[in-house]
Design a binder for this molecule. Structure first.
Ligand code: 3PY
Ligand code: MG
Length: 250
């Protein structure tokens, strides 16, 4: 997955808000390449995440976490429990990006602690895992503030940052226009981030919560490659509403 991400291959994933292993199985079975469990804005616990990772493994989907913050201890636990990629929110500077990368990598590249854990079959594949982990673990930083946009070149220069994921809602808040994700200021900021990703040959990502042929084609043709399409809650909600509307119109 990391090789494909850095080769700027379009990689479609989705998002899990419910903390449900069943939802993860359904999305994995649909064929998404990667799935991210949102630990920033949900009630999902580490134990629930671990069971989600277990459920994903059957399908070979790449398990990711959107961490609740740029926290070394928290990130270590996700990786130890089965995450293979981390999306780190609110990374606003090169220094913060270095901290995020260090949390994800074993020494000498980082500060990840060693242990016999789920990720290495409780120690059975420890040596092999330690050899592979640093080059396989994906690190995506979220750009969702004005400061991050201003510092985007320095952030993308940090070794080990594989790409960025734009948070348009927090970005709009940071520019003083909360919720106005279609505002020119937010759009311009996103273009600036996208252009920087192209310059630095790093993946540009965004979440298309309600995917349509138009918005997905537009994202791909403008250069985004790491795309989250929909999320479990939205798929259930849209499907439920569509069924009920259809029935009631009869
Ligand atoms: C944002 O828009 O701020 C997000 O974090 C979306 O995931
Ligand atoms: Mg956000």
């Amino acid at each position: 997955m990391r090789k494909d991400l850095l080769a700027l291959t379009p990689l479609y994933g989705s998002w899990i808000q419910t903390g449900s292993p069943a939802a993860a199985e359904i999305l994995a079975n649909a064929g998404f390449r990667w799935l991210a469990v949102d630990m920033e804005h949900t009630e999902t616990s580490l134990k629930e995440f671990t069971n989600i990772a277990r459920s994903m493994e059957k399908y070979g989907v790449f398990p990711m976490v959107r961490a609740s913050e740029n926290n070394t201890v928290e990130i270590r636990k996700y990786l130890d429990c089965g995450a293979k990629g981390i999306i780190v929110p609110m990374v606003n500077s090169a220094e913060e990006a270095k901290k995020a990368v260090a949390a994800c990598k074993y020494p000498p590249e980082g500060v990840r602690g060693f242990a016999f854990v789920r990720a290495n079959d409780w120690g059975d594949s420890f040596d092999d895992y330690v050899k592979r982990a640093n080059c396989e673990t994906v690190v995506i930083v979220m750009v969702e503030t004005k400061a991050a946009v201003e510092n985007i070149d320095e952030i993308l220069t940090v070794d080990g940052v594989d790409g960025v994921f734009i948070g348009p809602y927090d970005l709009s808040g940071s520019y003083g226009i909360p919720g106005q994700t279609g505002h020119k200021t937010v759009k311009d900021a996103m273009q600036k981030v996208l252009a920087a990703c192209k310059r630095h040959k790093k993946a540009a990502g965004q979440h298309i919560v309600t995917p349509t042929q138009e918005n997905v084609s537009e994202a791909i043709s403008s250069g985004f490659t790491f795309l989250a399409l929909g999320m479990d809650t939205v798929f259930v909600s849209e499907g439920a509403k569509a069924a009920l509307n259809m029935a009631e119109q009869k």
